[in-house]
Design a binder for this molecule. Sequence first.
Ligand SMILES: Cc1cc2nc3c(=O)[nH]c(=O)nc-3n(C[C@H](O)[C@H](O)[C@H](O)COP(=O)(O)OP(=O)(O)OC[C@H]3O[C@@H](n4cnc5c(N)ncnc54)[C@H](O)[C@@H]3O)c2cc1C
Length: 360
Amino acid sequence: MPGRLTQLGASSTVGRASHSRHNVRAVIAFQCCTRTACRGTEAKTDAMNHAGDRLDALVIGGGPAGLTAAIYLARFGRRFGVIDADESRAASIPESHNIPFFGDGIPGSSILARIRGHAGQYDISPLAASVTSLVREGTGFLAEARMKDGGTRSISARRILLATGSRDIEPRLPDLPDAVRRGLVRYCPICDGFESRDRRIAVIGHGARGLAEATFIARTYSNDVSLLSLGERLQLSPEDLKLAKRHGICLVEDAVVGLDVRDGRIAAMHTGGGTELRFDLLYSALGLHYRTELAAGLGAHLDDSGSLTVDEHGMTSVSGLYAAGDIVRGLDQIVVGMGQAAIAATHIHNHCELPLDGEV
Ligand SMILES: Cc1cc2nc3c(=O)[nH]c(=O)nc-3n(C[C@H](O)[C@H](O)[C@H](O)COP(=O)(O)OP(=O)(O)OC[C@H]3O[C@@H](n4cnc5c(N)ncnc54)[C@H](O)[C@@H]3O)c2cc1C
């Protein structure tokens, strides 16, 4: 069991608006690595670890992916920090049934409480702040974080693990959070389509993305699926129309101009004649905004959807910059993000003292 591990923020004594890296030393309980596996490279490790106030790794984002990485790094005896702006997508999960070990279902708030509790066993206490800039600094990286109280802090680390997640692009609906809580509006049929079986389902989305989601649901869960488009007419190619027909998807071609909740069901008003359509629930396929700005600023490669591409070790196209969870191209699922985080954290541990590409 490693000793007290690197923390950011647990017992912060740093003043506001500090940009000094020396201040980082003041709040981070640096602990020399005592791992047996590390002893062979002790001299080298020591030289690098103590060359400045540099951490082995900084995890940005404290959702399921970021905290999984943190737990792994803690168990490897690494000196690291976690910074989290506390806006996990998981917080809005009403109840998940697709996470192994929780067959009876578990709300997102409990998932977060459990993983925070687990991380707490290793004294991991994320710094409540938002990283506003990330740049190369010699052989590592320098992050600037803005604290909730307006102060700033600079943190230097050899490796970065980005787990900043994503944000759903939301449909305009009065009291949307309540509709999400009640399961009337959903974002992820892979997550909860099983619980939507044989219901009357609307999918709201544009173009290929909307049709792909409607097709997935119609193939897998329900014979009563309608595709709606918000604010503009559905525009589908002849091939799209054939696909929709093959899966029995009802196409509402006129633009939907309003959504509402009536009597526990979703009501959609469209422009053609003002009729109102009623559904048991609605899947929003308007897409995700991936929080990749920090990675993009370093030139990391993004795919067409705007998410990060990584290699088999979880490293982005920027050497030393790793990523896990929703920001990585993939399924946007908790168990996937946790797996990506475990792989990336282990690679960081095994390569932390080695030079990065391009270093001598
Ligand atoms: C309604 C709903 C239901 C869902 N149901 C399921 C389900 O049943 N099963 C399932 O597997 N998944 C489900 N998901 C998806 C799941 O919530 C995500 O896949 C998961 O939360 C992603 O984890 P993450 O750690 O990558 O990102 P997040 O959990 O979003 O955490 C990212 C963290 O990084 C922080 N952050 C972002 N930028 C910065 C920055 N610059 N500096 C510091 N911190 C930053 C954020 O504030 C946040 O706390 C659902 C999602 C929604 C919206």
